[in-house]
Design a protein around this ligand. Structure first.
Ligand code: NAP
Length: 289
């Protein structure tokens, strides 16, 4: 009998992570549900006793990453799909940013996922199969005022993932970015904000006010639908590298792409003018993606 794939999902205590764990378990797959506080995971796990394993995991703690991956692999025999879902948000103008909060933002959104990726890859390479799903944001494609550090952490995750898929696809492994628009998870309320500087009240301050005052019902994204879309994309035989979820995310990304196309096309002559005339750049690492 073919065994069902084993998913390892971070941040299952709420929102997208919780919805995804539910969807994946309902589909009959096996799941390692992780969270900083595991009490919240037990009710879901007990409904799928043979297919679930609950483990404590703070993605910013290297020793917990090592331990959770080791226990998961020995319990189920493999990790087939890693979902780096856990994430936090910090609303601050760039100048308002506090060192401690900026590092907290990057530890959870970038360094944690990078460490988990390194931890699961040896097993995936050994078995010649595996998928790494990195949950990003429309803000990982579009820098947004008031969210510069959040955007930067997701841009970092996107850059890492683009490099990753080029490195692991030849080994039979996959990596996928999920770029979410606004989803009703209450994430904004759980995030941190900086002390305001009055000069930024019309820009970052307005974003802070908008995000904090936004009623959940006005957010279009449904976490359960996002979960199903992620499950289907991972199950697909054809590789999806970027999964954009939410009408707002799709519109924002397409808008930026059009602007980028115009801006870069306008700079072509200058870009080409700076090469040594005798050198043909030919195939470079930038043209191999
Ligand atoms: P959420 O409901 O707040 O869920 C975030 C999860 O991450 C929680 O389970 C939280 O667990 C966990 N987490 C935070 N820091 C952690 C850490 N150090 N170690 C382990 N777990 C940690 O938010 P969400 O909306 O579902 O967010 C899921 C992902 O989607 C995030 O990467 C987020 O950036 C991204 N995203 C969300 C939206 C949106 O509109 N909701 C938009 C774009 C992107 P605790 O209970 O322990 O805090």
């Amino acid at each position: 009998m073919v065994k069902s794939p084993v998913w390892f999902i971070t941040g299952c205590s709420s929102g997208i992570g919780r919805a995804l764990a539910q969807a994946v378990l309902s589909a009959g797959h096996r799941v390692v549900l992780t969270a900083r506080t595991i009490d919240t995971l037990q009710p879901l796990a007990t409904r799928y006793p043979g297919n679930s394993l609950v483990l404590p995991l703070d993605v910013t703690k290297a020793e917990q990453i090592h331990e959770a991956v080791t226990i998961a692999e020995s319990h189920f025999g493999s990790i087939d799909v890693l979902v780096n879902n856990a994430g936090v948000g910090y609303i601050a103008a760039v100048e308002e940013g506090q060192e401690e909060e900026i590092r907290w933002q990057f530890e959870a959104n970038f360094f944690g996922p990078a460490a988990l990726t390194r931890a699961v890859l040896p097993g995936m390479r050994e078995r010649g199969q595996g998928t790494i799903v990195n949950v990003s944001s429309v803000a990982g494609f579009i820098g947004m005022m008031g969210m510069g550090y959040y955007s930067a952490s997701k841009f970092a995750l996107e850059g890492l993932t683009e490099a990753l898929w080029q490195e692991i696809e030849p080994l039979g492994l996959k990596a996928m970015l999920v770029e979410l628009g606004g989803f009703r998870t209450g994430m904004a309320q759980r995030g941190k904000t900086s002390d305001p500087i009055s000069a930024y009240l019309q820009t970052a301050g307005a974003v802070r006010q908008y995000v904090q005052g936004m009623p959940e019902e006005s957010i279009a994204g449904d976490p359960d639908r996002a979960a199903i879309a992620i499950l289907h994309a991972v199950d697909e035989k054809t590789l999806t590298r970027r999964l954009v979820l939410g009408t707002d995310a799709y519109a924002g990304i397409m808008g930026k792409l059009a602007t980028l196309q115009q801006e870069y096309a306008a700079s072509e002559a200058v870009a080409r003018s700076t090469d040594f005339v005798s050198v043909d750049p030919g195939i470079t690492p930038f043209s191999l993606q």
